[in-house]
Design a protein around this ligand. Structure first.
Ligand code: HEM
Ligand code: SF4
Ligand code: SF4
Length: 525
């Protein structure tokens, strides 16, 4: 736990620097999964090109690659370099992605699915790289072939030792070589299928990096390919044992270990590491929030919760209660993280309803809207001054307690996206506070993926339920800062309060006297 918080702090400080260099929208650390996909496609396209010119015979393989690299350097050579460097880059982003999901604690509870499906991707990736190096048939390929087969022979699955194939060129059939080509094509295809499964529980998964980041990354790979092209080492010769081999440390870091430990021991280490990774989501089991619950009496089947759930936990199904609506929301508790974004989307989650009637169509039992309304009103009542601010923040973001004061109340939410916009309207137009500050995780990196995005869209009228036009926008401020960014958040709040003092209190409108009261609507806030 201590290690994790140190690592988290380290990541966040690195992210601060990257935010400054790239801007939050293009920060590669927030796009590691998407960059993984991007590099995958580069490897595929460049691989298809290489395959066109590649010969599968034992001797032809090396020669065809020499032709591609040296004669056709402007196209094939660049493609070969892109193929290699994008593969290496993929290892880097996938390892960082794994570490980041771990230190940010986004892999436990119902979020186990992406983690568990991520683990085999690691091994697919390494296996793709190993089979790729094999095909070059230079001294590195010879080293990879002999060491891999000796290592495989430590497993009691092959009748005859397969390392025997690599004693000399006569024993190495070209059919075996063709098999490697087949494996090198089949593995990435299976990997693509697992990558697809990996994101099945994510609504709107980020599989494409922002255009600017993609263009910059591509340009960087191209420059590297032209300045430092990928080349083969000396041709393989099975009659000799190469004395020195340049190794690819991204794909083959465990290979030198086989000089000092046995194949069986290395299998045991790799197996134990895999098992540990697979068990991590339950070591210890994360604190699980209650799943969202639908109240059919208040659900009109509008589907907004379905549209906004970041974990595809809501489905819209045929109505079962006889009410005159076509559909009803149904929550799958095994996929629900309890983030509350669906509650923030529900049109019935409005504090303008009397507290006793505030049961929205969908709600969190352990963080319900009725309590939120009460807590908000109680906190606002204690405030004084002409710059009274209600801060709605996210528990995963900056330390909100630093903001509290005689004119500032804070209300930590599970995610800022769980706040229905009518709450902002209610607090301002009913004069409970002079302004509302919304804060959450750092920009571009919402702990529940889509909370910041939906909040921004709801406030700017791009997404239902949107904030009504009558709410003065100068009384609302948004600030997205992570746990290591408290000072700028405090500054942001101070500047906002200064603006509120300048514009003064919201003028009170004359109250219309209603002849009949509408049941369920609070008339005095
Ligand atoms: C080829 C390798 C991989 C690719 C291309 C990849 C890609 C992705 C993408 C696109 C997402 C969705 C991001 C979003 O929209 O928020 C994601 C999520 C995730 N990945 Fe990977 N991933 C890979 C490997 C791994 C590995 C090795 C692990 C860990 C063992 C892992 C763990 C996770 C977790 C835990 C999430 C979910 C985070 C959340 O719930 O918000 N991934 N991955
Ligand atoms: S957003 Fe609310 S009213 Fe609409 S389908 Fe979901 S639960 Fe029902
Ligand atoms: S709380 Fe709502 S939005 Fe969040 S995962 Fe559960 S159903 Fe989806």
């Amino acid at each position: 736990m201590v290690l994790r918080s140190i690592a988290r702090n380290g990541f966040e400080r690195l992210e601060n620097g990257f935010d400054w260099v790239f801007s939050p929208a293009w920060n590669p650390l927030y796009q590691l999964g998407a960059l993984g996909w991007f590099f995958y496609w580069i490897v595929c396209v460049s691989g298809i090109y290489l395959y066109i010119f590649f010969d599968t015979g034992i001797n032809d393989a090396y020669e065809s690659l020499e032709y591609i690299t040296n004669v056709q350097w402007y196209a094939g050579g660049v493609m070969r370099s892109l193929h290699r460097y994008a593969s290496d880059a993929m290892v880097i982003v996938v390892i960082l992605h794994l570490l980041r999901e771990y230190v940010m604690d986004r892999y436990r509870g119902v979020r186990w699915f992406a983690w568990i499906t991520g683990v085999p991707l690691l091994w697919f990736l390494i296996a793709c790289g190993i089979s790729g190096y094999w095909m070059v048939w230079d001294i590195l390929a010879q080293y990879v072939a002999t060491v891999t087969t000796e290592w495989l022979d430590a497993l009691p699955i092959f009748g005859e030792p397969i390392a025997r194939n690599f004693l000399n060129e006569a024993t190495l059939g070209s059919r075996f070589f063709t098999l490697m080509v087949f494996i090198h094509i089949a593995l990435p295809l299976i990997m693509l299928f697992v990558m697809w499964i990996h994101i099945q529980r994510h609504a709107q998964p980020k599989v494409n990096p922002p255009r600017g980041l993609a263009a910059g990354t591509m340009a960087m790979l191209l420059v590297l390919s032209l300045v430092y092209p990928a080349v083969s080492q000396a041709p393989a010769n099975l009659d000799t044992v190469p004395s020195t081999v340049g190794i690819d440390w991204f794909y083959l870091p465990v290979y030198p270990l086989l000089d000092v430990i046995s194949g069986a021991t290395l299998w045991a280490i790799v197996g134990a590491a895999t098992l540990l990774l697979l068990c991590l989501p339950w070591l210890p089991k994360g604190r699980r929030h209650d799943a969202a619950v639908v109240d059919l009496g208040n659900c009109n089947g509008c589907g907004r919760c379905y549209n906004d759930c970041p974990y595809s936990a809501v489905t819209m199904e045929l109505r079962t209660d006889g009410l005159p609506y076509a559909r009803q929301a149904v929550v799958n508790p095994n996929q629900c993280t309890g983030c509350g974004l669906c509650v923030g989307a529900c049109p019935t989650a409005t504090p303008f309803r009397r507290a006793s009637a505030l049961v929205p169509g969908i709600d969190l039992l352990d963080f319900n809207m009725r309590d939120l309304r009460e807590r908000t009103l109680t906190a606002a009542k204690a405030l004084s001054g002409t710059d009274r601010v209600m801060v709605f923040g996210c528990q995963a973001g900056a330390d909100l307690s630093l903001l509290e004061g005689p004119s500032v109340a804070v209300l930590p939410l599970r995610c800022i996206g769980m706040l229905p916009p009518p709450f902002i309207d209610f607090m301002i137009s009913r004069h409970h506070v002079d302004g509302v500050l919304l804060t959450g995780c750092r920009e571009g990196d919402c702990h529940y993926r889509l909370g910041i995005k939906w909040t921004e869209q709801r406030l700017s009228g791009l997404r239902d339920p949107y904030l009504r036009k009558r709410v003065p926008r100068e009384r609302i401020s948004q600030a997205w800062y992570g746990p290591t960014q408290s000072p700028p958040l405090v500054q942001h709040l101070e500047a906002f309060r200064g603006r509120l003092r300048e514009i003064g209190p919201l003028p009170r409108r004359k109250r219309r006297v209603k002849k009949t009261s509408v049941q369920g609507v609070d008339s005095h806030g």
